[in-house]
Design a protein around this ligand. Sequence first.
Ligand code: NAD
Ligand code: GLY
Length: 386
Amino acid sequence: MPNVKVRISGRDSAYKIKIGSDTLSSAGPWVADCLKRDGCKVAIVSNPTVFQLHGEAVERSLIEAGFAVSRFLMKDGEAHKSLRTAEAALSFFSEAGLTRTDAVVALGGGVVGDLAGFAAAMYLRGIAFLQIPTTLLSMIDSSVGGKTGVNTVFGKNLVGAFHQPSGVLIDVDTLATLPQRELIAGFCEVVKHGAIGGKPLLKQTQKFLSTFPIEAFGDNQTDRGFRSEISKLIAANVEFKAKIVVGDERESSKRMDGRSRKILNFGHTLAHALEKVTSYQYFKHGEAVGYGILFAAELSKSLALCDEKDVKLLNDVAQSVGPLPALAKIDGDEVFEAFKFDKKHLSGSLQMILLKGIGKPVILTDNDIPRTTVQKVLKQLLKKWA
Ligand code: NAD
Ligand code: GLY
């Protein structure tokens, strides 16, 4: 089964990302290997939905490996990725007696991973944490790269820290219990990686989706071919993300080149605006990114940056993922206005990631893009997907 190593410069050791089937049952030895110690205290951070499905296997293996295990279950949902929950986690770590040589294990999707990583970054000025992601999105994106954080009333992910995990353990069997909408949301981020990563990755995604359509995901889980192909697809995504992250760990604000960490935000300008105008209630984040990809591709074509053939390939793969929520009730003017929200966090100019071709991202500012073109492409998109 594939393994990927992430070596962040300035650190003595790389962290390992292990990907495979039935890996949860060896979580204990794996944590010991990543931490280079056993017998210490480990706090599992999860939520009741995930813990009920997959927690016992992880907890049992950790106990068998000699760890003293405690469990903090946060409430399920984006609304609980908050300072209040982080504070509750910190109190829990203190009550459980965690010291600087102990560790936090995040078991769940991106919400749990971001919250647990942030709490681990703050506790005693930073203790080790390990990621066991259980959604597709968290496997290929949020568990890798060290961005941790919480939302505030002013917006998403506004408070956080860079804190790299000591290891990431991916068990593809956990995807069997994931609701279909969450799978679609995750695959939209897989398509995002293909768009900016290059044709081999995009075509691997296309081939996977035509062989194993999302509707049959649950039925395919017992198929060894499926487990091997999904593991390889996840590994390819993780490798791509890791390559970008090691070159720009902290997403330098000055960088505007096509290997900057900013390119991972491809599709996110529209996604953030769509999420904002629907008060974060209507779309899963990945679904909004799905529309963001279609929008950025069309805009790239309208600006004569990207040729028709590449845009068509990207559209075909994005649409093969599955249905996205209709855009009928979305107001174009409100969306355009909401673009300003991203702008505020980038010292005044909106930066958009567009494509010169598949695997050739470019970062442009709104000064480089005529406002009327953006409005026209947006209007067409809203009409097409109403
Ligand atoms: P999520 O964590 O909310 O999980 C989605 C739902 O699936 C939840 O209800 C969860 O309980 C449930 N679930 C998780 N695993 C399951 C399983 N195996 N079976 C059944 N149900 C399961 O959502 P997500 O899409 O994983 O993560 C979104 C979060 O990730 C957002 O907060 C976003 O900001 C963050 N994010 C962070 C980064 C980063 O680099 N740190 C990158 C992308 C996204
Ligand atoms: N998901 C974007 C990043 O990790 O930078």
